[in-house]
Design a protein around this ligand. Structure first.
Ligand code: ADP
Ligand code: ADP
Length: 227
């Protein structure tokens, strides 16, 4: 479980991005952070994998404070997917997906096999393995981003508006795919979006944030008050 315990983030310029946020994120569930631009969603994700430090409160992973863990091990246990996938433009699709396994010392052949397995898992034709990111559609690139994040089999996936840049039909396909992968692999997913419909569709729990990084609602989709 990831526990976000009364966490506040103030940036050096004095902006309070997250204000005494408490969330309990159980293993194997999807928690969606939703709210307008600037309400602290990305800041929250970045504190979870220690890309940035929190100001007050604490975050624990299975009971251990994340500040007490080596940051590399922590990040390896958390796949990260962003809008527009953030793929390496000069690497093939297979090499993009195999990035982390290669860093972990897998040999070339093992990493390639893993990349092809993952392409299949996220619904990509393995024939695309030798192409470069610019040769793929936006939706296909997002699938590569998901596959790359899954490559080292991390228990946690942090996803920051991963499907916002693709058209609605493709987005629906990606959402369905994510739910299928989640059902098969049981990852713990923290998913950020500004789209309440997406939050309701994907979330086991939905945290609605508002201006100033305050938690407005925290409930399963069926109990959410949508005004
Ligand atoms: P969201 O992901 O919900 O759009 P962010 O977490 O990106 O929100 O930002 C929350 C607030 O913190 C915003 O007011 C934003 O302008 C501010 N902010 C984000 N990054 C920084 C930074 N590096 N320095 C100062 N303020 C920041
Ligand atoms: P099934 O869901 O049919 O039981 P497995 O879980 O055994 O299948 O895995 C099917 C394929 O997906 C295997 O080739 C395996 O290497 C790969 N795989 C297994 N676990 C994961 C995981 N957590 N993330 C990504 N791929 C995985």
């Amino acid at each position: 479980m990831i526990l976000i315990d009364a966490v506040t983030k103030r940036y050096p310029d004095g902006t309070t991005a997250v204000d005494r946020l408490t969330l309990e994120i159980p293993d194997g569930s999807i928690t969606v952070l939703v709210g307008p631009s600037g309400c602290g969603k990305t800041t929250t994700l970045r504190m979870i994998n220690r890309m940035i430090d929190l100001t007050e409160g604490r975050i624990t992973l299975d009971g251990a404070d994340i500040r007490d863990q080596p940051v590399n091990a922590l990040r390896r246990s958390m796949g990260y997917v962003i809008q527009n996938a953030g793929l390496f433009p000069h690497r093939t699709i297979a090499d993009n997906i195999a990035t982390v396994p290669r860093l972990l010392g897998w040999d070339r052949r093992q990493a390639k096999t893993r990349a092809l397995e993952l392409m299949e898992r996220v619904g990509l034709d393995p024939a695309l393995a030798k192409r470069y990111p610019y040769q793929l559609s936006g939706g296909q690139q997002q699938r590569v981003g998901v596959a790359r994040a899954l490559a080292a089999d991390p228990p946690v996936m942090l996803m920051d508006e991963p499907f916002s840049a693709v058209d609605p039909v493709v987005r629906k396909g990606l959402q369905d795919e994510l739910l299928r992968i989640q059902a098969e692999l049981g990852k713990t997913i923290v998913f950020v979006t500004h789209d309440i419909d997406e939050a309701i569709k994907l979330g086991d729990m939905v945290a609605v944030l508002r201006e100033g990084g305050k938690l407005a609602q925290y409930a399963p989709p069926s109990e959410l008050l949508t005004a």
